[in-house]
Design a protein around this ligand. Structure first.
Ligand SMILES: C=C(O[C@@H]1C=C(C(=O)O)C=C[C@H]1O)C(=O)O
Length: 354
């Protein structure tokens, strides 16, 4: 038994030695590529292809998701050798948006907390950060209006998407007792836990604040309050978990967008995000959708928002399968540009791999 154990450990040591050499060889190649490249060092389409291949070729026993996460971190470290990426996110520290930024870019990225979604856009527009990560929709709470509005105005492009399973926790300052007087959280999180709160904390005042992490910070200061936030915020502020996974829908997912100076090149499995509005005449909305149908381009999302330019006029946010350089998508977009009163291509990017 002891002998067998030490044999396995010897094998692990030998394998680790090999892996150490190989991972550094990989880093040398990434560094060399960095010198050869003109333009951005970060290539989302290439990263998506690497991760997809790892998942496809994974022989196990490790799960596909597990090996993809490991390679995500290896790539993140390799890229940091070329140049560490700075990524602005909707802060403060401990938000789901930060978790999404790290999921997408890995731990070697330098994450910069911003006080608002507007500030994330401004930091990236001003070149203070290379990329930004902002929430765009939640499976329970719906669209994030601020992000959709800002996408219309910004010169930035969408170059990636991140899906994150969101688990909510009821948190309180350690050792605090007595009836809670207030529940702090972001409006979206209050909406996601609405039923649970009605059943378990009905009558307690719900106070919407700028972020879940801010809610956690407030609860850390005030023992008479509780907060709804994620695990990262709980750990950051050292709060006690009174209840776990209190979201009403167990598959509660938030989708985030990555914004940067450019969108992504073709990866083979891509999406394109569009914003458009119809001319003000009968059948105009139908007309907007026919070019997509005619060129067999599938829609994965359709969202409408009142435009700020006129009463009862709407902007439609549409996600389609494929890259704007794919023939079918390019043809549909050319037709759309003719028909729509307004069309903005927000960006093409790889379908989320992780
Ligand atoms: C090495 C490259 O640069 C970066 C690092 C990558 C990697 O480590 O595999 C992949 C894409 C880029 O974000 C490259 O473009 O191939």
């Amino acid at each position: 038994m002891d002998k067998e154990l030490s044999q396995h450990r010897a094998s692990i040591d030998a394998i680790d030695g090999e892996m150490l050499k190989l991972v550094n060889q990989r880093a040398e190649h990434a560094k060399a590529i960095g010198v050869l490249k003109d333009g951005a060092v970060y290539r989302p389409e290439r990263e998506a292809q690497v991760l997809r291949r790892i998942k496809e070729e994974n022989p196990g026993p490790l799960a596909d998701e597990t090996v993809a996460r490991l390679f995500r971190e290896i790539m993140s470290a390799c890229l940091a050798l070329e140049q560490p990426l700075s990524v602005s996110f909707l802060g403060p520290q401990g938000t789901f948006t930060q978790a999404a930024a790290i999921k997408h870019f890995g731990h070697a990225a330098l994450t910069r907390p911003c006080a608002s979604i507007d500030e994330v856009f401004r930091e990236v527009e001003a070149g203070l950060a290379d990329y930004g990560v902002v929430p765009v929709e939640n499976s329970t709470g719906g669209a994030v209006g601020t992000t959709l509005d800002l996408l219309l105005q910004t010169p930035l492009q969408v170059c990636g998407e991140v899906d994150l399973r969101v688990h909510q926790f009821l948190l309180r300052k350690a050792g605090a007792t007595g009836k809670a007087e207030k529940i702090y959280s972001h409006a979206q999180s209050l909406a996601q836990c609405h039923e649970w709160l009605n059943q378990n904390l009905s009558g307690v005042e719900r106070v919407a604040v700028v972020s879940n992490a801010e809610a956690a910070r407030l609860a850390a200061e005030d023992g008479a309050a509780v907060a709804i936030a994620g695990e990262a915020a709980a750990e950051h502020y050292g709060l006690e978990k009174l209840a776990e996974n209190i979201e009403d829908k167990p598959d509660n997912t938030t989708r985030f967008l990555v914004i940067g100076q450019h969108d992504a090149a073709l990866s083979g499995r891509d999406k394109t995000s569009l914003a458009m509005s119809a001319r003000n005449r009968p059948g105009a909305v139908y007309e907007l959708l026919t070019p997509l149908a005619r060129h067999e381009v599938s829609m994965t999302k359709l969202e409408s928002r009142p435009s700020h330019s006129g009463l009862w006029e709407y902007v439609f946010y549409v996600d389609v399968e494929g890259h704007r350089q794919d023939v079918k998508v390019a043809q549909a977009l050319a037709e759309l540009a003719d028909k729509a009163a307004f069309l903005k291509i927000l960006g093409s990017y790889p379908v989320a791999v992780l």
